[in-house]
Design a protein around this ligand. Structure first.
Ligand code: 0A1
Ligand code: ZN
Length: 861
């Protein structure tokens, strides 16, 4: 069947069940680039081998290429070129294909394939970018050895990098040009190919592996950015060591390069031995990067490095298996970050992200299983479900099997599939074989979409407690009826009188309804369930304010304490939204106790005393009323601020540092201090703006400076404009910091935020061409519930305008902005109509990309 053109009118749907092994393999590829930003020539020599007994022609993907020559075994050959696919009849079982094409990196605004960013040339090939560089079977199950030659102007491109090892270099005959050749000994799928050419300098270091090999490390940046690469380098070395210690994985080449680029669609890319990064995940110093930025850098550097084994040495058979590498690698980077800092705080952050990004996805029109069944555009499936829910699946396996069997399963997986392109099923089977456990039912976690709901109820009669547990997996698009899944629930009972722990166990809820009987209780008990967030589910209990307050102060699992506090706050806020008022005292008393508890880590306190976000509250209402939620939350914030004012002032004074340090204790102190400042402002304390301005002016680091700016940006004190102007003047030449200036204003809780954001979109520093800038304004605004859902509908119209404008340049990044509009079912009729109208306008636009088409049309369904 011909591959139907990617026209939104009749979009081609790719289905998992249609997978067939490749008909032709390409064991070797030689590439020769004559680099020029306006017109780069790419010559390729493919050694092709027929795979199996068939007569099918060789099939090469080719997208947006100007084809100059195609040869078979040295002779010009007839070929068919239709719908971005070249077909060639190769009479024998092998042959040599030579192609020559021209491409234009300078006008490549999609940032897929070979493109220009800040004067350098770089590549992005995952998922299907390689076909925009040279004709090739662009699928991850074709593994190839690469030899790459690059030549170009020495002045513009003094540094020439590719995967593997440099093997030769020299001057060309032509004046001012030079060349370099690289060879990668490891066969790889083409999505891991990379090339960088530019005027770059390196922070160089090395790492000695546990078997004693020295690996040369280099982080390549523009000259002025060199001082901002230290944290990334330290993170890389820590990640290399951690992977040896925890997973027994050693690096396998003599060289590891990282390059930072300003224009990048995602966070970073794990190309074999040549990782390419969005500069926001490399560059940091105290003056320009927050603690959150530092943490993000460590996490992403580790993530890409870990892919060398989970993704590169063992890769994906097809793109439906994306979570095989991504879910596993996210779990690995989460565990690394937990080991480098506070495990409890890291778990809270990861769960908060899962709930903010993945739960709504799983509950809406774009819900899909961790291993999807079909797609129109694979770029749309780099989702929180594939990444973050995928990581929760691996974590559940770790919990169910225990650390030793889990590690044995990983070892078996790597040993038996090294150098192969495999499936999620292969991973689960390795876990099964190494552990001896039956994971048949667990496989449902890969195939069923939707967040399971678990009802948990404790019924006690004297010494006997019965825990009644029920599960339900909600219907999702294309999946009406669901089967019960195995849900690993860590649970415990605490004595309400003494606080003593009476039971602590892992219970696997694998039926629709189960009962657990616990005997021998000596006092009334309180149930703690889904401790450490052992399963990615929504738990409903009948625990009242007293039980929740008790657990928030007494549970010995920090996550469960945090969770109890969140639940107490959420119940209070929900009640306030529905009834117009609610008793604030239980929350205030629980926060008072936590704040005053000297035994707790300030970083944990900071997380525990934060109210759930407006969006999170909305996710728990039948219909979202953004204004009522905003009012209820602000009222509770004000009550907490006022009643506990002296405690906030104490916290603010206590957690002051003499000078900046980056370590878990200092980070926790900074976070708690700015949260205390936020509560003082919420209390309406007359001196709050002045304190914030003082913090802003005195700050010796970006965390304190941006923290103060954020507090001021939510208010209307005169200090607000002064601080925003000072911030802009100080950082107008630093793109990454300017992004913070845009996002701080887009996230403001002020009533005039929609108008402010519209004006910022006309600011000379705003551009649709840079994904970071687009996300910092438009992405941030779309998650600001009150502002985006302004009753006038102007937020929806604005977002649709931005999506349509961005789509012309960069469909992938434009498509990522669509999901907030797809949540129309969650809002009242007036808003739903306006949201649908915005989506309909998008879908009706001629020339729409298939990326945006898929997201917008599915969002309407
Ligand atoms: N594999 C990368 C994510 C990534 C995916 C697609 C890209 O293309 C624009 C870029 C990066 C990761 O998981 O880090
Ligand atoms: Zn990844």
């Amino acid at each position: 069947m011909p591959d139907v053109a990617a026209s939104p009118a009749a979009p081609h749907v790719t289905r998992r069940e249609d997978y067939r092994p490749p008909e032709w393999l390409v064991p070797d590829l030689a590439l020769d680039f004559t680099l020029d930003a306006a017109r780069t020539l790419v010559r390729a020599r493919l050694e092709v081998v027929r795979n199996g007994d068939h007569k099918a022609p060789l099939r090469l993907d080719a997208s947006g290429l100007h084809i100059l020559d195609v040869r078979l075994d040295g002779e010009t050959v007839n070929y068919w070129f239709e719908n971005d696919v070249i077909r060639i009849n190769v009479p024998g079982d092998s042959g040599t294909i030579e192609t020559e094409v021209a491409i234009a990196p300078k006008t490549n605004t999609q940032l897929m394939g070979l493109y220009e960013s800040g004067g350098m040339l770089c590549t992005q090939c995952e998922a299907e970018g390689f076909r925009r560089i040279t004709p090739f079977p662009d699928r991850p199950d074709v593994l190839t050895r690469y030899r790459v030659r690059m030549s170009g102007h020495k002045a513009a491109y003094p540094i020439l990098l590719s995967n593997g090892n440099p093997v030769a270099s020299g001057e060309d005959g032509k004046a001012g040009t030079h060349w370099a050749e690289w060879e990668d000994p490891f066969p790889k799928p083409c999505y891991l190919f990379a090339l960088v050419a530019g005027d770059l300098v390196a922070n160089r270091d090395n790492f000695v592996t546990r078997s004693g090999r020295t690996v040369d490390l280099a982080i390549w940046v523009r000259e002025g950015d060199l001082p901002r690469t230290e944290h990334a380098m330290a993170s890389l070395k820590a990640a290399m060591k951690w992977d040896e210690q925890v997973y027994g994985r050693e690096y396998d080449l003599a060289m590891f390069n990282i390059v930072a680029v300003d224009d990048f669609n995602f966070g970073a890319m794990e190309n074999k031995s040549l990782n390419i990064f969005n500069s926001r995940y490399i560059l940091a110093d105290p003056d320009t990067a927050t603690d959150m930025d530092y943490d993000g850098i460590a996490g992403v550097v580790a993530h890409e490095y870990f892919h060398n084994w989970s993704g590169n040495r063992v890769t994906c058979r097809d793109w439906f298996q994306l979570s095989l590498k991504e879910g596993f690698t996210v779990f690995r980077d989460q565990s690394f970050s937990a080991d480098m800092g506070s495990e409890a705080v890291k778990r809270i952050e990861d769960v908060r992200l899962l709930r903010a990004a993945q739960f709504p996805e799983d509950a809406g029109p774009l819900a899909h299983p961790v291993r999807p069944d079909s797609y129109i555009e694979i770029s749309n499936f780099y989702t929180a479900t594939v990444y973050n829910k995928g990581a929760e699946l691996i974590r559940m396996l770790h919990t169910i099997l225990g650390p030793e069997k889990f590690r044995a399963g990983c070892d078996l997986y790597f040993a038996s599939h090294d150098g192969e392109a495999v499936t999620c099923e292969d991973f689960v089977r390795a876990m099964e074989e190494a552990s001896g456990e039956d994971l048949a039912q667990f496989r449902l976690w890969y195939s069923q979409a939707g967040t399971p709901k678990v009802k948990a109820q404790l019924v006690q009669e004297g010494a006997v407690a019965r825990v009644l547990l029920e599960q339900e997996v909600p219907p999702t698009p294309g999946q009406k009826a669901k089967q019960p899944m195995p849900i690993p629930l860590k649970l415990a009972l605490f004595g309400a009188r003494t606080g003593a722990k009476h039971d602590d166990r892992l219970f696997i809820l694998d039926g629709a309804k189960e009962e657990l009987v616990i005997d021998g209780l000596t006092e009334p008990a309180v149930l703690s369930v889904n401790r450490d967030f052992s399963a990615p589910v929504i738990v409903e209990t009948d625990r009242g304010a007293a039980d929740l307050a008790f657990l928030s102060g007494r549970d010995d699992d920090p996550f469960a304490r945090y969770e109890a506090m969140q639940q107490l706050m959420l119940d209070t806020l929900k009640q306030a939204v529905s009834n117009g008022e609610a008793a604030h005292e239980p929350v205030i008393e629980a926060v008072r106790e936590t704040l005053a508890n000297q035994a707790l880590d300030p970083a944990f306190i900071a997380e525990a005393v934060l109210l759930p976000s407006e969006a999170f509250i909305g996710d728990h209402m039948k219909l979202v009323d953004p204004e009522a939620i905003h009012r209820a939350r602000e009222a509770l914030r004000a009550a907490l601020g006022t009643t506990l004012e002296s405690l906030w002032r104490d916290a603010y004074a206590t957690h002051v540092a003499n000078r900046y340090e980056y370590n878990p204790a200092a980070k926790g102190a900074r976070r708690l201090r700015t949260i205390a400042l936020g509560y003082l402002a919420a209390a309406g304390a007359a001196d709050a703006p002045a304190i914030a301005k003082r913090q802003y002016d005195a700050a010796d680091n970006m965390t304190d400076r941006q923290g103060a700016l954020g507090v001021l940006a939510n208010g209307d004190a005169p200090e607000r404009e002064a601080a925003l102007a000072a911030f802009y003047d100080r950082y107008r030449n630093n793109g990454l910091v300017l992004d913070k200036w845009f996002s701080t204003q887009a996230l403001s809780t002020r009533a005039d935020t929609p108008a402010a954001v519209e004006a910022l979109a006309r600011h000379p520093d705003f551009t649709l061409a840079n994904p970071n800038r687009l996300r910092s304004l438009v992405g941030a605004f779309s998650v600001n519930q009150r502002a985006f859902h302004d009753a006038s509908g102007r937020g929806y119209a604005f977002l649709a305008d931005m999506i349509l404008a961005a789509d012309k340049l960069n469909p992938q990044t434009a498509a990522k902005l669509v999901p907030p509009l797809g949540r129309w079912r969650r809002f009242g009729e007036d808003r739903a109509k306006l949201m649908r109208a915005a989506l309909e306008r998008i879908v009706a636009t001629p020339g729409l990309s298939k990326d945006v088409y898929e997201q917008a049309s599915k969002s309407l369904a």
